[in-house]
Design a protein around this ligand. Structure first.
Ligand code: ZN
Length: 170
């Protein structure tokens, strides 16, 4: 695997996004070409919005599903990307000739490592990327557990997690 290239400004933007949404998790996508990231798409976290006034504008079936979950179960899923934001991001990528490189989210209270649920979801999606002719993206985690935010990137394939090499572009 060639190294991923991520600009410092985009790393800073993801950390800022994580801080804005804390104690909820933030999520989003990084797109670019040839493993070089050039654009960030912040995606609304449907779970983070639960209980907020915006609730009414969201898919009621999805919200009802979240409400049925216990707080522990809800914490386990922690983020669900808003479908409308995702569709807009995909459209923008296509228009600009970009492909998805990285899926990111934050762990406000946990280390910058994929949780069991994160690994399960990534594994479930692995086949899907192939079906729509896209490479499997890397997974980036922003942890706010320590005073200094920690950012780590991984490949998740066949349920196996490996560290991804990242070159930070100044
Ligand atoms: Zn997670």
């Amino acid at each position: 695997m060639a190294d991923l290239v991520i600009p410092q400004a985009i790393l800073d933007d993801m950390v800022a996004h994580a801080k804005e949404l804390a104690p909820c998790e933030c999520c989003g996508l990084l797109a670019g070409t040839d493993q070089t990231v050039t654009k960030i798409y912040r995606i609304k976290n449907v779970v983070a919005l639960e209980g907020a006034q915006q609730l009414a504008s969201f898919d009621s079936a999805k919200i009802a599903h979240l409400e049925r979950l216990s707080p522990a179960e809800r914490a386990e899923i922690a983020f669900v990307m808003d479908a409308q934001d995702l569709a807009m991001a995909q459209k923008d990528m296509r228009r600009n000739g970009l492909t998805l490189q990285v899926v990111y989210h934050s762990h406000p209270h946990d280390p910058a490592r994929p949780s069991v649920t994160d690994i399960k979801i990534a594994t479930d999606y692995e086949e899907y990327w192939g079906k729509i002719n896209l490479p499997v993206p890397a997974y980036l985690l922003v942890s706010l557990m320590q005073h200094t935010p920690d950012v780590q990137t991984y490949w998740i394939r066949g349920g196996q997690v490996t560290k991804a090499a990242v070159d930070v572009q100044q």
